[in-house]
Design a protein. Structure first.
Length: 389
Protein backbone atom coordinates (compact mmCIF):
# COMPACT_ATOMS: atom_id res chain seq x y z
CA UNK A 1 0.00 0.00 0.00
CA UNK A 2 1.39 3.39 -0.96
CA UNK A 3 1.99 6.15 1.51
CA UNK A 4 -0.81 8.19 -0.05
CA UNK A 5 -3.42 5.43 0.31
CA UNK A 6 -4.91 5.51 3.82
CA UNK A 7 -5.89 2.38 5.65
CA UNK A 8 -9.51 1.73 6.56
CA UNK A 9 -8.94 3.05 10.10
CA UNK A 10 -7.26 6.20 8.76
CA UNK A 11 -10.38 7.50 7.04
CA UNK A 12 -11.85 10.52 8.82
CA UNK A 13 -15.24 9.02 9.57
CA UNK A 14 -16.09 11.81 12.02
CA UNK A 15 -15.86 14.40 9.25
CA UNK A 16 -17.60 12.14 6.74
CA UNK A 17 -20.51 11.69 9.16
CA UNK A 18 -20.60 15.39 10.04
CA UNK A 19 -20.66 16.53 6.41
CA UNK A 20 -23.43 14.09 5.53
CA UNK A 21 -25.45 15.55 8.42
CA UNK A 22 -24.74 19.09 7.19
CA UNK A 23 -26.03 18.22 3.71
CA UNK A 24 -29.15 16.51 5.04
CA UNK A 25 -30.19 19.41 7.28
CA UNK A 26 -29.22 22.13 4.81
CA UNK A 27 -31.00 20.42 1.91
CA UNK A 28 -34.29 20.37 3.82
CA UNK A 29 -34.04 24.11 4.45
CA UNK A 30 -32.40 25.25 1.23
CA UNK A 31 -34.18 22.94 -1.23
CA UNK A 32 -37.13 21.27 0.48
CA UNK A 33 -38.54 24.46 1.98
CA UNK A 34 -37.34 27.10 -0.51
CA UNK A 35 -37.65 25.20 -3.81
CA UNK A 36 -40.70 23.07 -2.99
CA UNK A 37 -42.78 24.81 -0.30
CA UNK A 38 -42.05 28.53 -0.76
CA UNK A 39 -43.74 28.57 -4.21
CA UNK A 40 -46.89 27.23 -2.53
CA UNK A 41 -46.55 29.94 0.15
CA UNK A 42 -46.13 32.59 -2.55
CA UNK A 43 -49.23 31.34 -4.36
CA UNK A 44 -51.15 31.96 -1.15
CA UNK A 45 -49.79 35.51 -1.20
CA UNK A 46 -51.55 36.01 -4.53
CA UNK A 47 -48.74 35.52 -7.07
CA UNK A 48 -49.88 34.32 -10.47
CA UNK A 49 -48.60 31.25 -12.30
CA UNK A 50 -46.37 33.44 -14.49
CA UNK A 51 -44.91 35.21 -11.44
CA UNK A 52 -44.28 31.87 -9.74
CA UNK A 53 -42.52 30.70 -12.89
CA UNK A 54 -40.19 33.69 -12.74
CA UNK A 55 -39.48 32.94 -9.07
CA UNK A 56 -38.65 29.31 -9.85
CA UNK A 57 -36.34 30.48 -12.63
CA UNK A 58 -34.61 32.88 -10.23
CA UNK A 59 -33.74 29.98 -7.92
CA UNK A 60 -32.02 28.05 -10.72
CA UNK A 61 -30.35 31.12 -12.18
CA UNK A 62 -29.05 32.13 -8.76
CA UNK A 63 -27.26 28.81 -8.46
CA UNK A 64 -25.07 29.47 -11.46
CA UNK A 65 -22.72 32.10 -9.92
CA UNK A 66 -22.57 30.02 -6.74
CA UNK A 67 -21.58 26.88 -8.64
CA UNK A 68 -19.09 28.80 -10.75
CA UNK A 69 -17.43 30.86 -8.01
CA UNK A 70 -17.31 28.21 -5.29
CA UNK A 71 -14.07 26.45 -6.43
CA UNK A 72 -12.20 29.79 -6.51
CA UNK A 73 -13.68 30.80 -3.15
CA UNK A 74 -12.75 27.44 -1.62
CA UNK A 75 -9.12 27.98 -2.62
CA UNK A 76 -9.04 31.48 -1.09
CA UNK A 77 -11.44 31.25 1.86
CA UNK A 78 -11.52 27.54 2.64
CA UNK A 79 -14.39 25.09 2.16
CA UNK A 80 -15.86 25.63 5.64
CA UNK A 81 -16.22 29.38 5.11
CA UNK A 82 -17.85 28.84 1.71
CA UNK A 83 -20.40 26.45 3.23
CA UNK A 84 -21.19 28.95 6.00
CA UNK A 85 -21.59 31.73 3.41
CA UNK A 86 -23.98 29.56 1.41
CA UNK A 87 -26.10 28.82 4.47
CA UNK A 88 -26.12 32.52 5.41
CA UNK A 89 -27.34 33.50 1.92
CA UNK A 90 -30.30 31.15 2.22
CA UNK A 91 -31.20 32.38 5.70
CA UNK A 92 -31.17 36.00 4.52
CA UNK A 93 -33.28 35.00 1.50
CA UNK A 94 -35.91 33.35 3.72
CA UNK A 95 -36.03 36.40 5.97
CA UNK A 96 -36.39 38.58 2.89
CA UNK A 97 -39.27 36.47 1.57
CA UNK A 98 -41.06 36.95 4.90
CA UNK A 99 -40.34 40.69 4.93
CA UNK A 100 -41.50 41.55 1.37
CA UNK A 101 -45.28 41.50 2.09
CA UNK A 102 -44.84 43.28 5.42
CA UNK A 103 -42.91 46.07 3.69
CA UNK A 104 -45.50 46.23 0.87
CA UNK A 105 -42.77 45.84 -1.74
CA UNK A 106 -43.67 44.93 -5.35
CA UNK A 107 -43.55 41.23 -6.25
CA UNK A 108 -40.21 41.41 -8.17
CA UNK A 109 -38.56 41.77 -4.76
CA UNK A 110 -39.17 38.04 -4.39
CA UNK A 111 -36.92 37.47 -7.39
CA UNK A 112 -33.98 39.03 -5.58
CA UNK A 113 -34.64 36.67 -2.69
CA UNK A 114 -34.82 33.74 -5.13
CA UNK A 115 -31.48 34.67 -6.70
CA UNK A 116 -29.90 34.92 -3.24
CA UNK A 117 -31.36 31.56 -2.17
CA UNK A 118 -30.03 29.93 -5.34
CA UNK A 119 -26.61 31.48 -4.74
CA UNK A 120 -26.56 29.99 -1.25
CA UNK A 121 -27.51 26.57 -2.59
CA UNK A 122 -24.73 26.64 -5.18
CA UNK A 123 -22.09 27.77 -2.68
CA UNK A 124 -23.00 25.12 -0.13
CA UNK A 125 -23.20 22.39 -2.78
CA UNK A 126 -19.73 22.89 -4.25
CA UNK A 127 -18.19 23.96 -0.95
CA UNK A 128 -19.21 20.74 0.81
CA UNK A 129 -19.32 17.90 -1.69
CA UNK A 130 -15.68 17.98 -2.89
CA UNK A 131 -14.62 18.27 0.75
CA UNK A 132 -16.62 15.14 1.55
CA UNK A 133 -15.58 13.08 -1.47
CA UNK A 134 -11.88 13.96 -1.20
CA UNK A 135 -11.68 12.28 2.20
CA UNK A 136 -13.89 9.32 1.26
CA UNK A 137 -12.54 5.82 0.55
CA UNK A 138 -11.69 5.86 -3.16
CA UNK A 139 -12.84 2.26 -3.69
CA UNK A 140 -16.32 3.06 -2.34
CA UNK A 141 -16.82 6.58 -3.64
CA UNK A 142 -19.74 5.60 -5.86
CA UNK A 143 -21.59 4.08 -2.92
CA UNK A 144 -20.84 7.11 -0.74
CA UNK A 145 -22.16 9.44 -3.45
CA UNK A 146 -25.26 7.24 -3.74
CA UNK A 147 -25.75 7.25 0.04
CA UNK A 148 -25.23 11.02 0.19
CA UNK A 149 -27.70 11.61 -2.65
CA UNK A 150 -30.20 9.39 -0.84
CA UNK A 151 -29.94 11.61 2.24
CA UNK A 152 -30.48 14.83 0.33
CA UNK A 153 -33.23 13.26 -1.80
CA UNK A 154 -35.23 13.04 1.42
CA UNK A 155 -35.67 16.84 1.40
CA UNK A 156 -38.58 17.02 -1.09
CA UNK A 157 -40.30 14.27 0.88
CA UNK A 158 -39.66 15.65 4.39
CA UNK A 159 -40.44 19.30 3.64
CA UNK A 160 -44.02 18.72 2.40
CA UNK A 161 -44.69 16.50 5.41
CA UNK A 162 -43.54 19.29 7.74
CA UNK A 163 -45.61 21.81 5.79
CA UNK A 164 -48.69 19.60 6.19
CA UNK A 165 -48.03 19.49 9.93
CA UNK A 166 -47.35 23.18 10.65
CA UNK A 167 -49.36 24.63 7.78
CA UNK A 168 -48.31 26.90 4.94
CA UNK A 169 -50.25 29.98 6.01
CA UNK A 170 -48.29 32.54 8.02
CA UNK A 171 -44.56 32.61 8.52
CA UNK A 172 -44.08 29.40 10.51
CA UNK A 173 -42.93 27.36 7.53
CA UNK A 174 -40.34 30.05 6.66
CA UNK A 175 -38.96 29.87 10.21
CA UNK A 176 -38.78 26.10 9.83
CA UNK A 177 -36.59 26.65 6.77
CA UNK A 178 -34.38 29.04 8.72
CA UNK A 179 -34.16 26.54 11.56
CA UNK A 180 -33.03 23.63 9.39
CA UNK A 181 -30.51 25.80 7.53
CA UNK A 182 -28.99 27.22 10.71
CA UNK A 183 -28.96 23.80 12.42
CA UNK A 184 -26.57 22.58 9.71
CA UNK A 185 -23.89 24.70 11.42
CA UNK A 186 -23.87 22.29 14.39
CA UNK A 187 -22.49 19.20 12.61
CA UNK A 188 -20.30 21.50 10.49
CA UNK A 189 -18.46 22.47 13.68
CA UNK A 190 -17.45 18.82 14.18
CA UNK A 191 -15.93 18.47 10.69
CA UNK A 192 -12.14 18.66 10.60
CA UNK A 193 -10.67 21.29 8.32
CA UNK A 194 -9.53 19.72 5.03
CA UNK A 195 -5.79 19.83 4.28
CA UNK A 196 -4.39 22.20 1.67
CA UNK A 197 -4.36 20.35 -1.64
CA UNK A 198 -2.68 20.61 -4.99
CA UNK A 199 -5.76 22.42 -6.26
CA UNK A 200 -4.59 25.54 -4.43
CA UNK A 201 -1.91 25.92 -7.08
CA UNK A 202 -4.42 25.88 -9.95
CA UNK A 203 -5.37 29.45 -10.66
CA UNK A 204 -7.54 29.39 -13.77
CA UNK A 205 -10.59 27.76 -15.27
CA UNK A 206 -8.48 26.90 -18.33
CA UNK A 207 -5.96 24.94 -16.27
CA UNK A 208 -8.69 22.95 -14.55
CA UNK A 209 -10.50 22.21 -17.82
CA UNK A 210 -7.24 21.18 -19.48
CA UNK A 211 -6.61 18.73 -16.62
CA UNK A 212 -10.13 17.21 -16.66
CA UNK A 213 -11.08 17.00 -20.34
CA UNK A 214 -8.64 14.25 -21.45
CA UNK A 215 -10.19 11.79 -18.99
CA UNK A 216 -12.93 9.63 -20.49
CA UNK A 217 -14.82 9.39 -17.20
CA UNK A 218 -15.18 13.18 -17.10
CA UNK A 219 -16.55 13.27 -20.65
CA UNK A 220 -18.96 10.48 -19.76
CA UNK A 221 -20.07 12.45 -16.70
CA UNK A 222 -20.60 15.55 -18.85
CA UNK A 223 -22.79 13.60 -21.27
CA UNK A 224 -24.83 12.16 -18.39
CA UNK A 225 -25.21 15.62 -16.82
CA UNK A 226 -26.35 17.27 -20.05
CA UNK A 227 -28.91 14.58 -20.87
CA UNK A 228 -30.00 14.02 -17.26
CA UNK A 229 -30.70 17.69 -16.56
CA UNK A 230 -32.98 17.90 -19.60
CA UNK A 231 -34.88 14.76 -18.62
CA UNK A 232 -35.40 15.62 -14.96
CA UNK A 233 -36.60 19.18 -15.58
CA UNK A 234 -38.87 18.14 -18.47
CA UNK A 235 -40.55 15.41 -16.42
CA UNK A 236 -40.84 17.51 -13.27
CA UNK A 237 -42.30 20.49 -15.10
CA UNK A 238 -44.61 18.78 -17.61
CA UNK A 239 -45.66 15.42 -16.18
CA UNK A 240 -48.87 16.87 -14.72
CA UNK A 241 -50.01 17.83 -18.23
CA UNK A 242 -49.26 14.34 -19.58
CA UNK A 243 -51.01 12.59 -16.68
CA UNK A 244 -53.98 14.96 -16.74
CA UNK A 245 -54.59 14.21 -20.41
CA UNK A 246 -54.68 10.53 -19.51
CA UNK A 247 -57.50 10.92 -17.02
CA UNK A 248 -55.62 11.24 -13.74
CA UNK A 249 -57.12 13.70 -11.26
CA UNK A 250 -55.00 16.07 -9.19
CA UNK A 251 -54.82 13.63 -6.28
CA UNK A 252 -53.73 10.78 -8.55
CA UNK A 253 -51.05 12.94 -10.15
CA UNK A 254 -49.76 13.86 -6.70
CA UNK A 255 -49.57 10.18 -5.77
CA UNK A 256 -47.68 9.36 -8.97
CA UNK A 257 -45.20 12.15 -8.25
CA UNK A 258 -44.81 10.81 -4.72
CA UNK A 259 -43.89 7.42 -6.19
CA UNK A 260 -41.43 9.23 -8.47
CA UNK A 261 -39.84 10.95 -5.46
CA UNK A 262 -39.63 7.74 -3.45
CA UNK A 263 -37.82 6.05 -6.32
CA UNK A 264 -35.32 8.88 -6.36
CA UNK A 265 -34.89 8.50 -2.61
CA UNK A 266 -34.44 4.73 -2.43
CA UNK A 267 -32.53 3.78 -5.58
CA UNK A 268 -29.44 6.00 -5.38
CA UNK A 269 -27.30 3.68 -3.27
CA UNK A 270 -27.83 0.76 -5.72
CA UNK A 271 -26.83 3.12 -8.54
CA UNK A 272 -23.64 4.01 -6.66
CA UNK A 273 -22.95 0.30 -6.11
CA UNK A 274 -23.29 -0.33 -9.86
CA UNK A 275 -20.89 2.52 -10.64
CA UNK A 276 -18.32 1.09 -8.21
CA UNK A 277 -18.59 -2.50 -9.43
CA UNK A 278 -19.54 -2.21 -13.11
CA UNK A 279 -18.13 1.18 -14.01
CA UNK A 280 -19.72 4.56 -14.74
CA UNK A 281 -20.39 3.83 -18.41
CA UNK A 282 -22.30 0.61 -17.73
CA UNK A 283 -24.30 2.16 -14.88
CA UNK A 284 -25.17 5.19 -16.99
CA UNK A 285 -26.17 3.10 -19.99
CA UNK A 286 -28.40 0.87 -17.85
CA UNK A 287 -30.06 3.90 -16.24
CA UNK A 288 -30.62 5.51 -19.66
CA UNK A 289 -32.01 2.30 -21.17
CA UNK A 290 -34.32 1.77 -18.19
CA UNK A 291 -35.50 5.37 -18.48
CA UNK A 292 -36.35 4.92 -22.17
CA UNK A 293 -38.23 1.68 -21.50
CA UNK A 294 -40.17 3.16 -18.57
CA UNK A 295 -41.16 6.21 -20.64
CA UNK A 296 -42.29 3.98 -23.51
CA UNK A 297 -44.35 1.87 -21.08
CA UNK A 298 -46.14 4.96 -19.75
CA UNK A 299 -47.24 5.88 -23.28
CA UNK A 300 -49.15 2.58 -23.46
CA UNK A 301 -51.59 3.73 -20.77
CA UNK A 302 -50.87 0.95 -18.26
CA UNK A 303 -53.12 0.27 -15.31
CA UNK A 304 -52.84 2.31 -12.15
CA UNK A 305 -50.66 -0.24 -10.32
CA UNK A 306 -48.25 -0.52 -13.25
CA UNK A 307 -48.18 3.27 -13.56
CA UNK A 308 -47.15 3.65 -9.91
CA UNK A 309 -44.45 0.99 -10.20
CA UNK A 310 -43.17 2.52 -13.42
CA UNK A 311 -43.03 6.01 -11.90
CA UNK A 312 -41.11 4.62 -8.90
CA UNK A 313 -38.49 3.09 -11.19
CA UNK A 314 -38.43 6.15 -13.45
CA UNK A 315 -37.86 8.44 -10.45
CA UNK A 316 -34.90 6.38 -9.32
CA UNK A 317 -33.34 6.29 -12.78
CA UNK A 318 -33.89 9.97 -13.57
CA UNK A 319 -32.41 11.01 -10.22
CA UNK A 320 -29.52 8.63 -10.88
CA UNK A 321 -28.21 10.87 -13.66
CA UNK A 322 -27.22 13.57 -11.16
CA UNK A 323 -25.75 10.92 -8.87
CA UNK A 324 -23.71 9.45 -11.73
CA UNK A 325 -22.46 12.85 -12.91
CA UNK A 326 -21.25 13.58 -9.38
CA UNK A 327 -19.58 10.16 -9.24
CA UNK A 328 -17.79 11.08 -12.46
CA UNK A 329 -16.66 14.34 -10.83
CA UNK A 330 -15.23 12.50 -7.83
CA UNK A 331 -13.50 9.81 -9.91
CA UNK A 332 -11.89 12.11 -12.50
CA UNK A 333 -8.20 12.07 -11.48
CA UNK A 334 -7.53 15.82 -11.38
CA UNK A 335 -6.12 17.93 -8.55
CA UNK A 336 -9.24 20.13 -8.30
CA UNK A 337 -12.30 18.05 -7.46
CA UNK A 338 -14.22 21.24 -6.61
CA UNK A 339 -13.88 22.33 -10.23
CA UNK A 340 -15.08 18.92 -11.42
CA UNK A 341 -18.18 19.09 -9.22
CA UNK A 342 -18.80 22.72 -10.15
CA UNK A 343 -18.54 22.24 -13.92
CA UNK A 344 -20.70 19.10 -14.08
CA UNK A 345 -23.31 20.64 -11.74
CA UNK A 346 -23.44 23.74 -13.94
CA UNK A 347 -23.86 21.56 -17.04
CA UNK A 348 -26.74 19.74 -15.33
CA UNK A 349 -28.44 23.01 -14.27
CA UNK A 350 -28.01 24.68 -17.68
CA UNK A 351 -29.44 21.68 -19.52
CA UNK A 352 -32.36 21.72 -17.08
CA UNK A 353 -33.42 25.02 -18.67
CA UNK A 354 -33.51 23.39 -22.14
CA UNK A 355 -35.54 20.28 -21.36
CA UNK A 356 -38.96 21.82 -20.62
CA UNK A 357 -38.64 24.23 -23.56
CA UNK A 358 -37.96 21.48 -26.11
CA UNK A 359 -40.42 18.97 -24.65
CA UNK A 360 -43.07 21.64 -24.13
CA UNK A 361 -42.75 22.77 -27.74
CA UNK A 362 -43.11 19.19 -28.95
CA UNK A 363 -46.18 18.68 -26.78
CA UNK A 364 -47.76 21.87 -28.09
CA UNK A 365 -47.07 20.91 -31.70
CA UNK A 366 -48.34 17.32 -31.34
CA UNK A 367 -49.81 15.97 -28.10
CA UNK A 368 -48.85 15.49 -24.48
CA UNK A 369 -47.53 11.99 -25.23
CA UNK A 370 -44.57 13.75 -26.87
CA UNK A 371 -43.16 14.23 -23.36
CA UNK A 372 -42.55 10.50 -22.96
CA UNK A 373 -41.23 10.12 -26.50
CA UNK A 374 -38.81 12.97 -25.76
CA UNK A 375 -37.63 11.13 -22.65
CA UNK A 376 -37.32 7.85 -24.55
CA UNK A 377 -35.39 9.38 -27.45
CA UNK A 378 -32.93 11.17 -25.17
CA UNK A 379 -32.47 7.96 -23.15
CA UNK A 380 -31.73 5.88 -26.25
CA UNK A 381 -29.35 8.54 -27.58
CA UNK A 382 -27.52 8.51 -24.24
CA UNK A 383 -27.12 4.74 -24.41
CA UNK A 384 -25.62 4.96 -27.88
CA UNK A 385 -23.23 7.77 -27.00
CA UNK A 386 -22.06 6.10 -23.77
CA UNK A 387 -21.40 2.76 -25.45
CA UNK A 388 -19.64 4.34 -28.40
CA UNK A 389 -15.92 3.77 -28.06
Amino acid sequence: MSRTTPTHSAYDWRTITALNAVSTLAQIGQFGIIFVIVPVWLALQGLSAAQLGFFAASLWMGQMPGLGLAPWLCRHWGARTVVVAGLACSVVALLGIAWVPMASLPWPAYLACGLLAGLGMGLRWVGLEPWLYNIAPAHARGRLVGFHETLIAAAPVVAPAIAAWVGVQGHTILWVGVGFTVSALVPLAFARTPPVEEAHHINSWRQSAHAAWPHRIFRQGLLIALCGGMLESALAGLFAVFAGDRGFEAEGIAHLLTAFGLGGLLLQYPVGWMADHWGLRAAGALAALGTALAAALLTCLPGVTVAFATMFVLGGLITAFLTLSLIAATKTPTPDMAWNVSSLSMAYSLSAVVGPVVAGGAMTATSSVALMWFVAVVGVAMVGLLLKR
